[in-house]
Design a protein around this ligand. Structure first.
Ligand code: HEC
Length: 99
């Protein structure tokens, strides 16, 4: 009896921690169309620090995105453009330079 109750309590705690982690992670990122879908699609295997700790050009972001999909990232067709746009507009090192 005692064991069962503590398992329930523990899984509640884990769920609460996970929810807190997701919203805390998103807070570090710039607002924008595509933020929500980036948070959903890009936190299945690693944290968003992977995105913010790296310096990539627009072309490298594009490659990284396809690389992640090859690794198993689940990106719906209509979300692909939004994710690419969000990543390039917010993180590409060459975003402010003429292409
Ligand atoms: C199926 C699992 C998975 C998902 C989902 C995923 N990634 Fe990754 N990602 C990885 C793995 C594994 C690595 C580590 C690769 C390595 O260290 O060589 C990684 C590393 C990275 C890196 C660092 C690459 C480097 O050269 O150091 C970036 C940037 C990245 N991911 C971006 C994304 C983005 C953007 C998304 C959402 C579209 C995403 N990831 C979703 C598995 C995933």
């Amino acid at each position: 009896m005692k064991i069962k109750r503590s398992v329930v309590k523990q899984s509640f705690l884990v769920t609460a921690l996970l929810c807190a982690a997701v919203s805390a992670q998103a807070q570090g990122l710039p607002e924008g169309d595509g933020l929500q879908v980036v948070v959903v699609s890009c936190t299945q295997c690693h944290g968003l620090d992977r995105l913010t700790d790296i310096q990539l050009t627009a072309a490298e972001w594009e490659n990284a995105l396809y690389d992640m999909m090859a690794r198993g990232a689940i990106v719906e067709g209509q979300d692909l453009a939004a994710i690419r746009k969000y990543l390039v507009e917010n993180f590409a090192t060459d975003r402010n330079q003429p292409q």
